[in-house]
Design a protein around this ligand. Structure first.
Ligand code: DX5
Length: 217
């Protein structure tokens, strides 16, 4: 059974970055979290933004930083100082249980919640060592790096397995999520949905977010 409520986390990657604060203002009253995709051009082929941008954002939304970077340990302090209240790093970037636990502890000591992300090809067993110590697991439904990609339905089985093993965990999904597949994600067990293109390509962002909530209800 998926814990409720389902949180909606628009991703600014798909926003008009030349008017980023205005774009955030259009979703401020309707979303739950705001996801910031930090990309280093190495762990993923794209380069995006980091703490200098995060610290400029004015929002009451919970700042959710998704670190798609090879060395997440180097980014934690600056993201915390910039206002991050949730930080997710990738299992593929931090292999050892010890290093993962060190990162989780640092994030928590900085007053944020901690998550780990798994790419579409990474199995849930790859995070068995820390899943009990986490606040959130992010199951990617696209290969990370770019917004606007097609949703990969094969990851839903991973979500079902994770929900079965961890009934109280916050399970976030990210990538290609829209009004057509959001319900599938929640029925599989996700209770936190990241959406970039589906929200920021819409003229009426409030309506886009409400539609996601309604299809998941
Ligand atoms: C991929 C990014 C995207 C983004 C959401 O690396 O993480 O998934 O947040 O983008 P959409 O919803 O446009 O796929």
């Amino acid at each position: 059974m998926t814990p409720r409520p389902v949180l909606i986390a628009p991703s600014i990657l798909s926003a008009d970055l030349a008017r980023l604060q205005d774009e955030i203002d259009t979703i401020e009253q309707h979303a739950d979290w705001l996801q910031i995709d930090v990309m280093d051009g190495h762990f993923v082929p794209n380069l995006s933004f980091g703490a200098p941008v995060i610290r400029c954002l004015k929002t009451k939304l919970l700042l959710d930083v998704h670190l798609m970077v090879t060395n997440p340990a180097d980014r934690i302090d600056e993201c915390l100082a910039a206002g991050a209240k949730h930080i997710t790093f990738h299992a593929e970037a931090v292999g050892s249980e010890r290093d993962r636990n060190v990162l989780i502890a640092r994030i928590r000591e900085g007053g944020a919640t901690a998550g780990i992300a798994v790419n579409p090809k990474t199995g849930i067993d790859a995070i068995d060592d820390v899943v009990g110590a986490l606040d959130l697991v992010l199951v990617m439904s696209v290969e990370p790096g770019f917004g606007g990609q097609e949703f990969l339905p094969e990851v839903l089985e991973k979500v079902r397995l994770l929900r079965k093993r961890s009934p109280g965990l916050m399970i976030q999904m990210d990538g290609g999520i829209n009004e057509k597949n959001a319900r599938l994600c929640v029925e599989a067990g996700a209770n936190n949905l990241v959406a970039g293109h589906c929200i920021f390509s819409a003229k009426d962002r409030a309506r886009a977010i409400t539609t996601l909530r309604n299809v998941c209800a």
